[in-house]
Design a protein around this ligand. Structure first.
Ligand SMILES: [Zn+2]
Length: 351
């Protein structure tokens, strides 16, 4: 269950309430009831408003989603007297309902087609790659090839994490349409299978390494996927790959004390220093867990930038270098979803 009301400060304000429940688990049916309120302020001084309420009832069976929509409107209400100040006739009601239905339809159903394409730095987040298998965390080689092909054809310029630091911290310039590719955790399959594809497109990628698991498996996920070895890290092609920090133990920093964060950071950095491995002083939060008030600890250890998830494009001007956003690319996304995520950061306005 999730509720989130009146988020925007513009003339239109919106909010939503969502509840999901699963009926007959053996049938794999999931029901979602979503109530979206769109409040339009009639006057610039915020005295009168009209509410449009949209109800979405969704039934999802695996990837098939059926959605039923209902829309009702509340007449214009005065904020001060709480009385109706305007009674529309039937024709006007129909007009408002049509507009409200269209907007609510766009909110809940369509994939942000009405939103402008933001300018800024796009950072894509990948994890594993496989020849055949795809999942939320795993893309296939074919998918990566089609992603890079799309980015190249659409004039995106592959940049490094160091270039992002140089841009934000040292005011250096970036090429137009900059895009940064990142792979979390340091899976061996990225070295083996992503490398030739990245090379083919002259792309670059940053690997955020969880140092406690180097040479082992993704035990934090109770998985059995191999993590790259120290020898592989030492031999890596630095024209393509750049290394970054992803903690030592892959714990959620949001659930750690400041002291625990500092200790983990120190071990993470010591691994690179003791093994004479170059790294870019940038950090990716495990699970996207961005702790509050931890920036001084990161600065103390020389880390200049940190990435959460957030699914947004980073503005060229930012005042929080320790909460930069990345776009979560999933192997289960179809190609249209990938394109939309690259352009706009996410596929839905509210969710
Ligand atoms: Zn991770």
């Amino acid at each position: 269950m999730h509720s989130n009301f009146f988020l925007s400060q513009s003339q239109f304000r919106y909010g939503q309430f969502t509840t999901s429940f699963t009926f007959a688990p053996e049938c794999n049916l999931n029901y979602t009831l979503r109530w979206v309120v769109l409040r339009y302020y009639w006057n610039t001084d915020d005295t009168d408003w009209a509410d449009f309420h949209g109800f979405f009832f969704e039934i999802q069976e695996k990837s098939v989603k059926i959605r039923l929509i209902g829309v009702i409107s509340v007449p214009i209400v005065s904020k001060t007297t709480r009385r109706k100040v305007y009674k529309p006739n039937t024709q006007q009601k129909m007009f408002f309902l049509t507009i409200a239905s269209t907007i609510l339809f766009a909110f809940g159903v369509q994939k942000m087609w009405f939103m402008p394409i933001p300018k800024g730095i796009r950072v894509l987040m990948y994890h594993k790659i496989s020849v055949h298998e795809k999942s939320d965390l795993t893309i296939t080689c074919e998918q990566l090839d089609s992603h890079l092909n799309y980015l190249q054809k659409n004039d995106y310029q592959f940049i490094t994490t160091q270039q992002v630091i140089d841009f934000y911290v040292h005011q250096k310039t970036l090429p137009p349409n900059p895009i940064l590719l990142t792979f979390d955790d340091g899976y061996e399959n990225v070295f083996q299978d992503a490398y030739p594809i990245l090379k083919k497109y002259d792309a670059k990628a940053t690997l955020f390494i969880t140092t406690a698991f180097v040479g082992g498996i993704n035990a934090w996920d109770r998985g059995n996927d191999k993590i790259t070895t120290l020898e592989q890290l030492k031999k890596l092609d630095t024209a393509i790959f750049e290394l970054g920090l992803h903690s030592h133990h892959h714990q959620n920093y949001k659930q750690l004390s400041l002291q625990q964060i500092e200790n983990d950071l120190q071990t993470n950095i010591d691994f690179f220093k003791n093994n004479h491995l170059n790294y870019t002083p940038a950090f990716a939060y495990p699970y996207g867990g961005c702790p509050k008030n931890a920036a001084p600890a990161f600065k103390k250890w020389g880390i200049q930038m940190a990435f959460r998830i957030g699914n947004k494009v980073n503005h060229f001007k930012t005042n929080d270098l320790y909460a930069l956003k990345r776009i979560d690319v999933k192997g289960t996304d179809d190609f249209d979803t990938f394109k939309l995520k690259v352009k706009k950061g996410r596929t839905k306005l509210i969710l």
